[in-house]
Design a protein around this ligand. Sequence first.
Ligand SMILES: Nc1ncnc2c1ncn2[C@@H]1O[C@H](COP(=O)(O)OP(=O)(O)OP(=O)(O)O)[C@@H](O)[C@H]1O
Ligand SMILES: [Mg+2]
Length: 653
Amino acid sequence: MASGGFFAIGFRSIQIIQVRLRKPDYKPPFRKAKKIPREDAGYRVTDGNIAAIDFGTTSVSLAYTTKGDKKVSTLILDHEDKSTRVPNAFLLKKEDDGKMKVEDFGSIARKKFTSMKPGDHHTHVYFERIKMLMRREKVVDRDTVVESFSGEKFYLVEVIAFILQHLKDLLMDHFSRTAWPLKTTDFDWVITVPAIWDARGKRMMREAAYLAGLLTEYGGISRFTPVSHLSLPLPDEYNPDRLSLALEPESAALYSQEVVADQIESDPDTAIIQRPSDYMVIDAGGGTIDITAHIEVDGSIVVENIPTGNAWGGTQVNEAFSKILEGIVNDPGFEKFLASGDQSQTNADIIKIFYTEFETGKLLFGKEQTKEICISFPNRFAKFYNKALEAGVKRKSGIDYEDDVLYISKEVVESELFGPALKGMIECTLQAIEDNDTDLSTFYLVGGFGGCSYVHKKVKAAIEESFHGQGRSCHVIVPPTPQLAVATGAVMWRKNPEKIKARRSDATYGIGISIPFEDDKHDEYYKFYNEEQKEYKCSDIFDVFLEKGELIEADQVITTSLTPLRQSDEQATIGIYSTPNLGVQYIKDKDGESTVTKIGQIVIDIPNPDNLPREKRLIDVTMDFSGTEIQAKAKYHITGEEVKTVCDFLSAQ
Ligand SMILES: Nc1ncnc2c1ncn2[C@@H]1O[C@H](COP(=O)(O)OP(=O)(O)OP(=O)(O)O)[C@@H](O)[C@H]1O
Ligand SMILES: [Mg+2]
């Protein structure tokens, strides 16, 4: 389908490489792998039972559909308030035999933890918002450790596994009561991940799903591995093709487009837009702003932009409040208070203030149901800081304190609490619009933060202003139930993943190789003499599979052929690297520092019983970037067999 640097979708043609991403000093790679048609199917064909977990920073939801059912449902996770999206908060209980059990989750878990008797703390483990640890810029691996609110340390991947397992159990419990009892293995599972995450974060979610037993009929994780200097083993990979990772903004985009199209269809006369072919989706959640732009032609979609976003989600509003309060009581990080009693107990008070009291006020303000925010402090906190609070509010205009209640005026809420998060979100959105090559004028705003009326009003005004400046008009729409867009959209995506025809690469990917040295091309620094081959070679060449911004088609894979470095080699280890930059020609600079990040490696056995010459011992390395995860495999020509490939992105490197 691709020719002359363009990709055709229906009657549209889209430029394959965003040439303008290249800086003036851009240097093309010395070697680039070939694109070839894919031979195997990209995704397992599902028989129709699909369950998707949106494991958000602040909240979780689970959407599902069953065979023959056209509609996607969301599971009620909190039976008290019939809520389908609940806080990502978990309370686990230690059993006598060392096993752990999820006692509660969501608001109930938080309520129980914050009002727990001090004597019960040592038998419980509480976690909230652990996804914050997995931001793109943070390096996570299988051995990443997370601290519970009582200060105990656990492996992050196992904590996520407990949470996923609990959600799975709730779905199974739901089906056990229906006339069609379905098992875990009757489902194709989907977990959503921010598009801006790198390969490691995605791999972590996949491994957590294996540990959770999402893909088997046996139970999953039941105890934590004690944290030690030993690495966690690679989990067994049962039915890997029954799990796929969906990109959050992409799922939200599919949902928004379908739901809004249904609305337009049901009442075309009053609709303000027609079904758009080009649209941008801004998913503003608790921890991330995730932006994507789609082009839809005849039901097929090309994801037009490189995944973009930042960490200016709704939690930043809580963070901003924390900074103000720390200033008022003159105690950075509330360290004095936290040290004043049992860690679980003081932490529980802090959670109550920020995630219950302040959060309630913030939501009301966001819905424009109140003009100021008031927060009642827990008794212990008010008593501890009593004098400091009274003195502190005198120094800060727009904030009052009376009878254990803090009152924050509208001006402070707007400028100091919501202001910075909105600024971060708007700047990122306007940049994404500027970077976009198409003429889109429809914006869908989703996620809990994006969907609230105050944020919608502000973001809409900012986008409109930028459009009006260019004499253009636009529509910024919040679809119904914007907080469920990701989970529901993920099920829609899994029904037909082939709908996405192409995506743009978020980084440059490749492997490190040595090639014959060419005086006019290569730098002397990398020159070395290979005794066995009797020739000069150039080391550390970045053999590029895919450049940042390049369009990857769903029906293509990328491949290159290598030969062993030495004739005696019986195993080859090929490192896979990525960089957010373009024009990187070597994997090391002249100081020996890496110019790229290692994201994985392929280990291939290459026996040579007949002692064939080195040039005949070809190894094909094939990588598939078209899906939501990077897959790598290797084939050894001599045996003709596909050699087992370990592509392990999570081991500490
Ligand atoms: N009415 C409202 N006013 C203001 N903020 C709101 C409102 N409703 C939800 N939020 C905020 O939205 C965020 C939660 O949104 P959402 O559930 O989409 O996030 P998430 O999916 O958990 O996070 P992420 O996608 O970043 O991992 C929270 O920070 C919450 O305070
Ligand atoms: Mg989200």
